[in-house]
Ligand binder design. Sequence first.
Ligand code: FES
Length: 298
Amino acid sequence: MPTTQDIIESPKLNPLEEALQKYVHAAYASAGEGGQALKNFLNGTWLGEPLHVVLTDVPIGAWTVALVFDGLDMMSRKREFASAADASIGIGLIGAAGAAVTGITDWQDVDPPARRLGLIHGLLNVGAVSLFATSLVLRKKNARSSGRLFAALGYAAMTVAANLGGKLVYEHRVGVDRTKGQTFPEDFVAVMPESNLAEEKPTRAEHNGVPILLVRRGERIYALAETCSHFSGPLAEGKLEGYSIVCPWHGSRFALDTGEVLDGPAVHPQPCLQTRIQNGQIEVRKPNCKAANQNTDN
Ligand code: FES
């Protein structure tokens, strides 16, 4: 009998996961720019946090309230409590639809081992939704006791799924800003001879072990944190698109001059550094962007 750990680690499910991720990617890609805009919205690039995390509160809250009203209904037999429980389940189902769409949008860009945990998290939530939907149908058919039982089972499935969701964030750091904790110099420090930086070639420099992306475009040199805020992808291996850099791992796109997220799945901006040229050296210092990059040679 396989244990939960066996299921989580089994390589047999990898092809299925890869096929699912490809399918979701293809669905968004087939919609062109509109698909990218929708994906950005569902990832939460406009919010600065994953939208999925916000939406999951709706079913968790609504279904918790539903169980409380079920308890009150059983104790008092008041019609109002039964109606309130039914309405709460319905609200939870609507919220769960939003959480599912945003969740699968995020999941398509999650790598192993978190990918497996994310899939199990999603399947458990599908189970929870099915149980609550069945509960609602039973209630409408006046089979209220069975309806309450299905709601309790749905709540149990949702609780296990929520626990896995917590592991995804706190253990695997899915949705967490991967640049947090990186420290950048307060004052200008030299990170590379100017002559080593070729035109329009993303290049990795380093200061105190923290990688820094340098890009020269004409008169200007741009500097960002080099590890992508999404999953620590190496931006120096990314592709320049106009005045933005595209991460090689999942395609997040960041503005060179501000670090702003232009396309997800990243939702957190890249720390952006101020640059200057001093005595033939490229110097950088702590974030101070928004049109602040200046190249001077004193
Ligand atoms: S690591 Fe995922 S987009 Fe950069």
